[in-house]
Design a protein around this ligand. Structure first.
Ligand SMILES: C=C(O[C@H]1C=CC=C(C(=O)O)[C@@H]1O)C(=O)O
Length: 404
């Protein structure tokens, strides 16, 4: 249980946010900031017990599970530890005069207040930097060869779909400020889940993702979505009348069928399926099918937890069948995705029983002088290497916009 306390009400909100982030970073602790889609205010979760932030299994989504923020890699490895930041301090910019603290934080309040007060006004934010080497970045020819290898694997029926991806390194513009970039992302992409996560051993990640992985809302409705199929949103275009190629429809259908197969594994028939329909994500259009289960109407209290563990990674970021597709990526992709295409979001924070986990797409990793941007594309038998390269270029623009 978190308790509310008054916290420096005289400080302007932006200054208070910056200083709370500084409180975490200057003491080597992890911190997560996020803004839910179609909401106004960001939230912050700060964890005082750094050792307890490293998780094993994906988080439980039941109301009895700890309150905190999950940040999971695409695949489990010692290099990219899964994180669950138990909420010791929670700050909601909608209620800026107070913060919520855990019992552990309440016991250390004098020390925290002192540290906070001692921070200089224009404190430098020492963002965490990943200890992993910079990932290899594919040239156009290398990426097209990867796509061709993916198509060949589909032709030989090793896989039916695989999502290839690449990383790009870009210098940071002079005076780049991650908190200002987080604000910029919120303004640019009101319907995205916008995040800024910084943790020891993990580094610092910024993103604006359109894809829900597993959500339980205030009405106790479990939701997930199939999001796949991409085209640019051109000026004057009406999303509802967008035409889709067979390749996009097929790529999308494989994700939707996979979600249905997860429900089937759990022997759950009472799900609602809507779509596919065209949705806007920044300057892109995607095909989306929404799935919902009314948890109050099915005797399945662990559905969210079980679905999360079955879903990740979905064929929107991995492939079909799952294991051969992941093997293909391990052998051919040629770089470490780290937290790109992993998942992130709050669990029981602040509302008990509400969890919102998203796929970490349209994201970048921050290094001292550069950013590493990530993007991928779903391949089917009809994929054309040049078009898939172009699609990664388009997807990179979403997060790349904050580096201009
Ligand atoms: C893998 C990514 O997007 C996924 C989500 C939507 C559309 C996708 C596609 O059309 O390929 C991808 O499955 C990415 O943005 O890096």
């Amino acid at each position: 249980m978190l308790q509310r306390i008054s916290w420096k009400p005289e400080l302007p909100v932006a200054a208070r946010l910056r200083r709370l982030v500084a409180l975490a970073l200057t003491s080597g602790r992890p911190v997560a900031l996020w803004r839910l889609p179609n909401t106004q205010h960001a939230r912050l979760c700060l964890c005082l017990r750094t050792d307890s932030a490293y998780a094993g299994l994906p988080p439980a989504l039941e109301p009895t599970a700890p309150a905190g923020f999950a940040f999971f890699p695409f695949r489990d490895s010692d290099h990219n530890p899964p994180l669950f930041l138990p909420a010791d301090l929670f700050f909601d910019l909608a209620q800026p005069e107070e913060i919520h603290v855990s019992a552990a934080a309440a016991a250390r309040l004098p020390e925290l207040r002192q540290h906070f007060a001692a921070l200089p006004e224009s404190v430098e934010l020492p963002w965490h930097v990943s200890r992993q080497p910079e990932p290899a970045t594919a040239s156009r020819a290398e990426y097209e060869a990867l796509v061709a290898a993916g198509v060949a694997a589909i032709e030989t029926e090793t896989v039916r779909k695989v999502v290839s991806s690449r990383a790009v390194r870009q210098s940071l513009p002079a005076g780049f400020d991650a908190l200002a970039a987080f604000e910029d992302l919120q303004a640019r992409y009101p319907n995205a889940f916008v995040s800024l996560v910084s943790a020891p051993g993990v580094g610092t990640w910024l993103g604006a993702t359109p894809e829900v992985l597993a959500e339980i809302d205030e009405q106790q409705i479990f939701r997930t979505m199939a999001l796949a199929g991409t085209q640019p949103l051109l000026p004057g275009m009406k999303p509802a009348t967008a035409k889709w190629a067979g390749k996009d429809l097929e790529e999308h259908a494989m994700v939707a069928r996979y979600i249905v197969s997860c429900f089937k594994q759990l022997r759950l028939r009472e799900y609602d399926e809507q779509g596919p329909r065209t949705v806007v994500a920044g300057q892109l259009l995607h095909l989306r099918t929404d799935f919902a289960v009314h948890l109050r109407e099915v005797p399945f209290p662990t559905l969210g937890t079980d679905m999360l563990r079955l879903l990740h990674p979905t064929p929107a970021v991995g492939g079909v069948p799952k294991q051969p597709a992941l093997e293909f990526l391990r052998h051919h992709e040629g770089y470490d995705r780290a937290y790109y295409a992993g998942f992130l979001g709050p669990v029981n924070l602040p509302e008990t029983g509400v969890a919102r986990l998203y796929v970490n797409l349209r994201c970048l990793q921050l290094r001292p002088r550069e950013a590493i941007l990530y993007a991928g594309t779903g391949l089917t038998i009809d994929s054309d290497p040049a078009r898939e390269w172009q699609e990664t270029e388009l997807k990179l623009r979403t997060i790349g916009a904050i580096l201009q």
